[in-house]
Ligand binder design. Structure first.
Ligand code: 5GP
Ligand code: ZN
Length: 143
């Protein structure tokens, strides 16, 4: 199993540094985020060190994310929140600070501290189809 001796989440999995642990199995580990956006902010990670989600084998990602429904139920019940955002950042441009894949579960309540901008735009005429074609061709190359 790949680990990175400099990675803070690998150290948490190895119990070299403490965390408020919530769940673990052979593939996955979950614990509270030390800097919560809202109380109960939880992180679900693969035990193995992968930097970004596109590096992960799909079946491993599936075994990690299979815990999401249960974790979300538990976080919602324990915090009394009204809903959650599930967020997964890849690379610095997308806000990733810890280079070990992690999925944020962020409890939400009316008036909580977290806001995010969602500046929805529109495709120019014909551009949506062209974009779908480009992505579809990349999918075909990989299948
Ligand atoms: P990112 O910005 O990479 O998506 O999120 C990294 C998250 O990891 C942040 O929300 C940050 O608070 C959390 N984090 C960073 N270091 C530690 C740590 O040592 N322990 C815990 N529990 N969370 C951490
Ligand atoms: Zn790691």
């Amino acid at each position: 199993m790949k680990t990175d001796p400099d990675c803070v989440f690998c150290k948490i999995v190895a119990r070299e540094i403490p965390a408020a642990e919530l769940l673990e199995d052979d593939d996955a580990f979950a614990f509270l985020d030390i800097g919560p956006l809202t109380p109960g902010h939880t992180l679900l990670i693969p035990r193995e060190h992968y930097t970004t989600v596109d590096e992960m084998p799909g079946d491993l990602l599936a075994r990690v994310t299979q815990h999401l429904p249960l974790l979300v139920q538990a976080v919602q019940a324990a915090t009394g929140c009204d809903g959650v955002n599930i967020l997964q950042n890849n690379h610095r441009i997308a806000g990733q600070l810890v280079p070990h894949v992690h999925i944020h579960i962020i409890p939400r309540r009316p008036g909580d501290a977290w806001t995010f901008n969602w500046p929805a735009s529109e495709y120019a005429e014909g551009e949506m189809g062209k974009m779908a074609d480009r992505i579809y061709r990349e999918l075909e190359r990989r299948c």
